[in-house]
Design a binder for this molecule. Sequence first.
Ligand code: SF4
Length: 308
Amino acid sequence: MFDINQRFYRYSEYLTRKFGSKVQKISVNTGLSCPNLDGTRSFGGCIYCNNEGFVPSYSNKITPIPDQIDQGIIFFERKRQYQYLAYYQSYTNTHTSPENLRNLLMQSVNHPKIVGIVVSTRPDCVSPEIISVLKEVHQIKPLMVEFGMESSLDRTLKLLNRGHSYEQLCSAVERSAQAGLDVGVHVILGLPGELRDEIIGHARAISKLPVSIVKIHQLQIVKRTKLAKLYREDPNYVQLIGWEDYVEICCDFLEILRSDIAVDRFASQTKPELLEVPYWDGVKNHHITHLVQNRMVERQSYQGKHWE
Ligand code: SF4
């Protein structure tokens, strides 16, 4: 159970419990693609996707992974972080053969300052052989796997051109957890066509799964995406949520979310030059976290209050 005064279970607390002290993620780029972009599943990609939006400047796919980690450590040691997780973040990091995946992961595992691995992927890219490799690496250093879930509604997944169903997400989460891995899911609040009750319903769906971590994002419309085009053609295509309403939605979401699921974040920030809308008047991720906590205090509430 988390400290009730904090109102929700923070990812930083989860990591401290797991690793004994503060840890910092370092993004590494494998150069792997995504089946939803390279034609394995589709060429179009998810309608909101522009990978330029989340590749950090120190991560470069032509740099060997151990060098990317060293560059990340130099960047973060200014902030006095001494334990690191290798974060396989961009695109789909299990979209390769089991042999190549093992090779890519072992390059981080063998780095002396890496204490654990986080692998981000899609629910349709975890065959039994891939899960065996993840499990094998996990036996050397803790490995957490993150899936892009985005929504628990198949109609939304279809509209987003995700190329997988909610059932596939459930199966991937169950099989990963059965292999002993801690599992995280990413969800986007405010997707086109979703009503408020449906948005909150994602918390109920997540809480029924063996999930340890949730990463929450607001819907951002990023330039040079299909969604940006749809929005420009018809601004009513998306019901944009202001930050004040978004804070309330996050509180409602937390009240349903199981209390042992750590919350990685409530919002993300696309690079300003890539953001089409919403601007949120300069309100940043850490402001949203404080606002949610303060609002939960005002509501005399806490994570899991309404979870059965
Ligand atoms: S799965 Fe991820 S990388 Fe692939 S198209 Fe969708 S958002 Fe982009």
